[in-house]
Design a protein around this ligand. Structure first.
Ligand code: ACO
Length: 346
């Protein structure tokens, strides 16, 4: 995993919008997040650093990889996607790369795609990267960033303070960060690997989480008016997303366990997308799981969208919670709306 060095506490956000540590912690569980300071660094850079860490962790060279998948909803450029540039940055020659844009379900979807390609014998070793630079979606100007980082005493420009207060329900949720995994074929017959996935999409709910402006159905695809009207800022119907996530993630977990012939009693660790600690507490409660069978780290990173599952996996593994032979289930829900679960025997 890799997160940029700049840490933003809830109190720091209070410098540029009307919010408080108390509100954010109580409603979301988030205490801080990491954000990129300034233009020039995007999700590609964060993803490359996470990919390098994953290759080094597996004692692998870029030449050992025969397929790259990059999931992000905040790509460096409108096109091309990050995948090919990531492969190039790692020094890969002619390695095919696929871009996934499925928001908070992006990494889970990438796991399913990687597993399917490996099972089909198309590729033997796949590098999967999930990375986000949400700071690029935050439209405030440099002088507001300076107040946030404490480079300028402030106070924040009142017009921007008001605008940011209008988007405070979303602006406090996200953090920048990346994670990566290498998946490889296992022909040993020892039973280790992905056992199955349950993946679903309900496109009728697209408007519950979306970016209203900037897109090729507009002429031109981006305009000054659109930017001035904050058309690049995501719209989040928070309560409805909260409800969907707390109902659909546990249903997906139950489905994937049933599909793979396992039960909740067999489950050793549930790793959930980290959009709101209260959502994850509701999922845990519905499934009746004890605290030792879940792991959350949203408190430190906020919602890192496609970066979340590999980051939460990395930290759970580092803390000794991912044991050899254990049954781990990943689950996520994201804009689309896409959701699902994947079960893996470690
Ligand atoms: N600080 C202080 N007050 C705030 C803040 C804030 N950051 N945000 C909202 N409020 C205020 C509102 O203005 C409102 O005030 P009012 O009652 O005076 O009108 C009050 O708090 C309640 O606002 P709600 O938006 O109804 O608050 P809610 O309890 O629903 O929490 C939240 C909002 C945290 C967004 C929650 O709904 C949630 O976590 N939803 C799911 C997460 C989500 O959608 N994430 C999006 C990304 S997921 C993905 O796939 C990309």
């Amino acid at each position: 995993m890799y997160v940029p060095p700049g840490e933003v506490t809830n109190d720091m956000l209070g410098r540029i919008m009307d919010t408080s540590d108390e509100w954010i912690v109580q409603r979301t569980g988030i205490r801080k997040r990491h954000l990129v300071d300034g233009a020039g660094t995007g999700s590609l850079e964060l993803g490359v650093k996470a990919a390098e860490a994953a290759l080094s962790n597996g004692s692998l060279a870029p030449s050992d990889i025969d397929f790259v998948i990059f999931a992000t909803m905040t790509p460096d450029l409108y096109f091309p996607g990050n995948g090919g540039m990531c492969a190039a940055r790692l020094g890969m020659k002619n390695t095919h790369a696929l871009d996934i844009r499925m928001q908070c379900a992006g990494f889970l979807s990438g796991l399913q795609v990687a597993d399917a390609f490996i099972r089909a014998g198309v590729y033997e070793r796949v590098l999967l990267v999930g990375a986000e630079a949400h700071s690029g979606l935050m439209p405030w100007p440099r002088h507001v960033w300076d107040v946030l980082w404490g480079n300028s005493e402030g106070p924040c420009d009142p017009e921007w303070y008001q605008k940011l207060t209008g988007m405070r329900d979303r602006a406090v949720l996200f953090g920048d960060g990346a994670g990566a995994m290498v998946l490889e074929a296992n022909d040993t017959g020892d039973g280790r690997g992905f056992l199955g996935f349950v993946m679903e999409t309900d496109g009728t709910q697209w408007d519950k989480l979306h970016v209203p402006g900037v897109g090729c159905r507009f002429r031109p695809y981006i305009s000054h008016d659109m930017v001035d009207a904050l058309g690049g800022v995501p719209i989040v119907e928070g309560r409805q997303v909260f409800r969907m996530a707390s109902q659909l993630m546990p249903a997906a977990v139950n489905s994937v366990l049933a599909q793979t012939g396992r039960t909740l009693a067999d489950l050793d660790l549930l790793l959930m997308h980290q959009a709101n600690l209260r959502i994850n507490e509701a999922v845990q409660k519905q499934l009746g799981l004890p605290d030792e069978k879940v792991f959350n780290n949203i408190q430190k990173y906020g919602n890192t969208t496609a970066g979340t599952l590999p980051i939460v996996f990395h930290e759970a593994r580092t803390e000794g919670k991912v044991k050899d032979g254990s049954l781990v289930v990943f689950t996520a829900l994201g804009a689309g709306v896409h959701w699902g679960a994947g079960a893996v025997q470690m």
